[in-house]
Ligand binder design. Structure first.
Ligand SMILES: Nc1ncnc2c1ncn2[C@@H]1O[C@H](COP(=O)(O)OP(=O)(O)OP(=O)(O)O)[C@@H](O)[C@H]1O
Ligand SMILES: [Mg+2]
Length: 266
């Protein structure tokens, strides 16, 4: 069974950046098979990983709903949807990428969403790790793109509003109809060693303890502004190194068979 890591947090906090670096850590350091899932309608995980895609899952959903699908002779709708999902997967030598695309419009999508979820869960089992990059709102998760998350990273910028939003997101994740085994709250784009006193007070008040702090990093910002894939930035990049140290603690060591006892949730 795969180990699923999901990223959540307020807009612009660094979810996609940390998702892409997580994919890189898994393929580069653990050497395990990985599926990156871009669950943000403004698909950007592909950019961060230097991968272009042609078809998104939403294209299948709309095709089925609008009955535009021309089923090949002798093929059931279910099997055809499975085939379409396979066609959406962008394969790279060390990882694959799947883009979810736009959210559904008005209309009943239950039937097709159920089929999609079933196949996506099945697809996940082909990989050791699944890394799920989410949009800022939690819509994809609340629509249950997936049923199970092993580790959710709640990403937060060290600002007063950032902390309040992170707390709200953590509360929201408690109400989602999906199983989240472990949550880790992390700070990103931290400007100095010492946090602002107000931010510290708010973290304390909200009972949030950061499991990692990633500093503001010029190389990351430059990579985004000049369209460089995060697979190409230096291996010694401080955020990549710090993320690796964090993930070493949270990801199963010695292969996925060793997933036993989870750490405390927040
Ligand atoms: N530690 C960091 N230091 C400097 N810049 C960073 C850092 N982390 C992310 N960024 C930059 O912040 C911007 C937003 O990052 P990113 O796209 O990863 O956020 P996001 O949470 O995925 O945003 P959205 O909610 O829009 O999907 C990007 O330009 C990215 O390069
Ligand atoms: Mg993003």
């Amino acid at each position: 069974m795969s180990f699923t890591i999901a990223l959540a947090g307020k807009g612009g906090t660094g979810k996609t950046t940390l998702a892409a670096l997580t994919v890189r850590y898994i393929i580069e350091t653990l050497g395990e098979s990985t599926l990156g899932v871009d669950a943000d309608p403004n698909s950007s995980l592909g950019h961060a990983l230097g991968v272009e895609y042609e078809k998104a899952i939403s294209d299948i959903r709309e095709g089925v709903i609008e009955k535009r699908l021309d089923l090949p002779a002798g093929m059931s709708k279910e099997r055809y949807i499975e085939y379409c999902i396979e066609e959406c997967i962008v394969e790279r030598p060390k990882f694959d990428l799947l883009v979810m695309g736009r959210p559904e419009g008005p209309g009943c999508y239950c039937y097709v969403n159920n089929l999609l979820r079933k196949y996506l869960d099945k697809l996940g089992t082909n990989y050791s790790y699944v890394v799920l990059d989410n949009e800022a709102g939690m819509e994809h998760l609340s629509r249950r793109t997936t049923n199970r998350v092993d580790l959710m990273l709640v990403v937060c910028e060290p600002t007063v509003v950032g902390v309040l939003t992170a707390k709200r997101i953590i509360k929201l994740t408690d109400t989602l109809p999906l199983s989240i085994k472990e949550k880790a709250f992390v700070l990103n784009k931290v400007p100095h060693d010492i946090l602002d006193k107000k931010v510290e007070d708010n973290l304390l008040k909200e009972g949030l303890a950061a499991k990692a702090r990633f500093f503001y990093d010029d190389e990351l910002f430059f990579a985004a502004s000049s369209g460089i894939s995060l697979l190409e930035i230096s291996k010694n990049n401080p955020t990549y190194q710090a993320l690796g140290q964090f993930l070493r603690e949270y990801l199963p060591q010695g292969g996925l068979q060793s997933v036993v006892g989870q750490k405390e949730s927040i």
